[in-house]
Write a protein that binds this ligand. Structure first.
Ligand code: ZN
Length: 433
């Protein structure tokens, strides 16, 4: 609630008393309130700048005012700019509001909605910085449906109570259970930005509908890919990325001996191979590629894993043949140096398909599996779609070792100072809800 002095305070009503008030609790309504308790706000996930909050008790009187005789402000948002959001990121202290121009919306919501859902909105803030805002599950579905029913794509979005996070040095905003969305002219703040944008418009028709589902294979930047798996619910989905190999991780080797029955990694004993999965102490082994590389585009860097099917196809040489080439006396193939054609991948740019699986959503598993490759940084070749190749690669997945991903989580945020909320500009909102 907001008063005539533009002071915004959080109000809580216990569930037991809610039926008494629920009917008249409508956004935009004016009330006179008397006989309530005042207590301190929790210090985390704060929805207002005030350190106090109002609690309705059994003697609270709550009367609707129908005469518009009060100079109450129309609305009150706690907009934060890009650098303030960075200051708040990962602190969980404030759930601020933002306003921005909608550049694109991507959604995993299908019709009818399946279990795990996510919508990512790219917004341009006042300072021209773009940020990614994510909705999850029921909120994602509701947002998707709301956009779908709109006749014209909205331009402006006001979003309340978002939780800023920094991941891999980039700012991401997550919707919370308290998040409300207002499009275009639904708010005064939105209205002002809307007309500013319309005035700037070139008059060209807009290129494509705003809301795009993640197609079977959607192009993604590596930063968006990293953000997709952060705090998202587990799901299986493919994306297309284009990036340059920054370095090949030589520490992790380039191949392993796989069980010819189940493709899992075999344990080398003195004279034989053991497969723990098949429970076979004398398993037949086959050499398979597995190479980790750091690949970057101009948004971020990620760790990607190339498996046997993709690398065999790319270089037209099997891992066992490569091992023959490099064979050294008394050295196991998996311990030999990198085949030159793999070392040569460093510095090259590839367009490749990435499969995000449930595996990517477990903590610290920040490697992405490359499932297909465009031979020459262009279109994917159709024969790369082979289902057997993909299947093989999936089998390999449980062998992926955990990359040292923990470091890129906190570094940036720790280095930043928390913004003093008291000095920020606050726009007030009168309408509850
Ligand atoms: Zn096996």
């Amino acid at each position: 609630m907001v008063d005539v002095n533009s002071t915004v305070m959080q109000v809580t009503i216990s569930a037991g008393r809610l039926p008494q008030f629920r009917e008249i609790l409508r956004a935009g309504t004016m009330f006179s309130v008397s006989g309530f308790d005042v207590s301190r706000c929790a210090q985390n996930f704060r929805l207002t700048d005030s350190s106090l909050m109002i609690r309705f008790n059994e003697s609270t009187s709550f009367q609707e005012l129908t005469e518009p005789d009060s100079p109450l402000p129309d609305e009150a948002f706690r907009f934060r700019n890009h650098s303030e959001l960075i200051g708040l990121a990962n602190t969980n202290t404030q759930l601020p509001d933002i306003i921005g121009e909608i550049l694109s919306v991507r959604s995993t919501v299908c019709d009818p909605p399946e279990e795990k859902n996510r919508v990512m909105v790219t917004l341009k803030l006042d300072s021209d910085e773009t940020v990614t805002l994510s909705f999850f599950d029921a909120q994602a579905v509701a947002f998707h449906k709301q956009l779908k029913t709109m006749r014209v794509d909205p331009k402006v979005m006001v979003i309340t109570s978002i939780n800023p996070k920094i991941v891999g040095g980039r700012l991401f905003l997550n919707a919370t259970s308290g998040t409300h969305v207002y499009f275009d002219k639904k708010t005064r703040a939105g209205d002002a930005l809307f007309y500013k944008l319309v005035a700037r418009d070139t008059g060209l028709p807009s290129a494509a509908p705003l809301l795009r589902s993640y197609a079977k294979v959607e192009t993604m930047t590596i930063a968006d890919l990293s953000s997709f798996i952060v705090s998202a619910e587990s799901q299986e989905i493919d994306f297309l990325c284009t990036g340059k190999v920054v370095r090949v991780d030589t520490e992790k080797g380039w191949c392993y001996v796989a069980c010819s029955k189940c493709s899992k990694k075999l344990q080398r004993t003195e004279s034989a191979f053991t497969c723990g999965v098949c429970n076979n102490p004398h398993a037949v082994g086959a050499l398979r590629y597995r190479v980790e590389m750091a690949i970057a585009d101009d948004t971020a860097e990620g760790t990607f894993v190339w498996f046997d099917g993709v690398l065999t196809k790319l270089h037209s040489i099997r891992a066992s043949e490569a091992a023959q080439m490099l064979a050294e006396d008394g050295v196991n193939p998996e311990d030999t140096r990198l085949p030159p054609f793999i070392a040569d991948m460093e510095g090259r740019t590839y367009t490749f398909q990435v499969r995000v699986t449930a595996f990517n959503f477990t903590e610290h598993h920040k490697t992405f599996t490359i499932t297909r490759i465009a031979e020459d940084h262009g279109r994917l070749t159709e024969d790369g779609v082979g289902s057997d190749g993909d299947g093989d690669d999936d089998d390999d997945n449980p062998n992926i070792k955990t990359p040292p991903a923990a470091d890129d989580q906190g570094g940036t945020s720790k280095a930043r100072k928390k913004t003093d909320a008291g000095t920020s500009n606050v726009v007030k909102k009168a309408r509850a809800g």
